[in-house]
Design a protein around this ligand. Structure first.
Ligand SMILES: NC(=O)c1ccc[n+]([C@@H]2O[C@H](COP(=O)([O-])OP(=O)(O)OC[C@H]3O[C@@H](n4cnc5c(N)ncnc54)[C@H](O)[C@@H]3O)[C@@H](O)[C@H]2O)c1
Length: 282
């Protein structure tokens, strides 16, 4: 028996990075997966978002571990698209137990004042709330909602300087996830439905590995490379590492998705290699 045998998990941003890793890990422990990703660009983004080929790669890797998956292109900014995917997922798998609101962006291009801020908050905050809104009517006792925040959202002086307004929007969205999580967890607890948020530090994905984030770590350089950033990335954490791996987050997702954590709810969990020990929370 796998640790989430027979459960069905809905995962946003599942075409690559942490979302793909969660899909594979949960599938390898017996869950069926409903995966969504935008699979197209957003204008304020300076690094490419996932493609349809990326989402198909997730399908292949979930199937390779023996899992079942329904993968769809959908944008978390549009609740009706998520409602449609959830309905098709329920048709395919008959139930819904785990929700991973994982999709996220850190925009750095502004075409109009606040456009980066608006896109960041639409995806990172409203997108997470849409994910909960689309799924919660179908959750029953024992279900688990897992929202991905960010250590960056809980500290001053991290993403605020990325782009004119996008990095600030990212911080605002992730910080607000913290409070949102506590509210919904309290309201869902009498129904025996749990909600927790994971706040990762730097994680080895495309969201981290782009020039704008590198510049946040190396403001002394106009065009910092990965090699330049690697010198500074370990200073974020108390443990001497540059970043965690997507699999480290998936291990916690698996625990929170499973019944092993059946009385754990309302927790904003810092998965940060001690980053917040170095820098007091806001
Ligand atoms: N990488 C890090 O350093 C880091 C640190 C802390 C928190 N996070 C958070 O982790 C989560 C996962 O990000 P990642 O690190 O895997 O980065 P990533 O860029 O590899 O993955 C994000 C995924 O979300 C998808 N996505 C973006 N906008 C979407 C939308 N509107 N609708 C549906 N899908 C959309 C992208 O296409 C992509 O596949 C995000 O919420 C991110 O903010 C990342």
């Amino acid at each position: 028996m796998g640790r989430v045998e027979g459960k069905v998990a809905f995962i946003t941003g599942a075409a690559r990075g942490q979302g793909r890793s969660h899909a594979i890990r949960l599938a390898s422990e017996g869950a069926s997966i409903i995966a969504v990703d935008i699979c197209e660009p957003i204008a304020t983004m300076n690094y490419p978002l996932a493609s349809e080929e990326d989402l198909q790669q997730t399908v292949k890797e979930v199937e390779a571990v023996g899992g079942s998956i329904l993968a769809s292109k959908a944008d978390v900014r549009h609740r009706e698209e998520l409602v449609d995917v959830v309905a098709r997922g329920l048709e395919a798998f008959g139930r819904l137990d785990v929700v991973c609101a994982n999709a996220g962006i850190c925009p750095s291009l502004d075409s109009t004042p606040l456009s980066g801020f608006i896109d960041a908050t639409d995806v990172d905050l409203i997108g997470a709330m849409n994910t909960v809104a689309a799924t919660v009517p179908h959750l029953q006792s024992g279900a688990s909602i897992i929202i991905t925040g960010s250590t960056a959202g809980l500290m001053n002086g991290t993403t605020e300087n990325i782009g004119a307004s996008g990095g600030h929007g990212y911080m605002f969205a992730k910080r607000t996830v913290f409070q949102y999580l506590e509210s919904i967890a309290l309201l869902l607890a009498p129904h025996m439905i749990r909600a927790n948020a994971i706040h990762p530090t730097n994680c080895d994905t495309d969201l981290l590995h782009n020039e704008d984030v590198y510049r946040a770590f190396r403001p002394d350089l106009e065009h910092p490379t990965r090699e330049d950033a690697m010198v500074a990335l370990p200073y974020m954490q108390a443990m001497p590492i540059p970043y965690i791996d997507p699999g480290d987050v998936s291990a916690l997702v698996l625990f929170l998705a499973s019944d092993e954590s059946r009385y754990l709810t309302g927790m904003n969990i810092r998965l940060d290699a001690g980053a917040m020990l170095k820098k007091p929370p806001m």
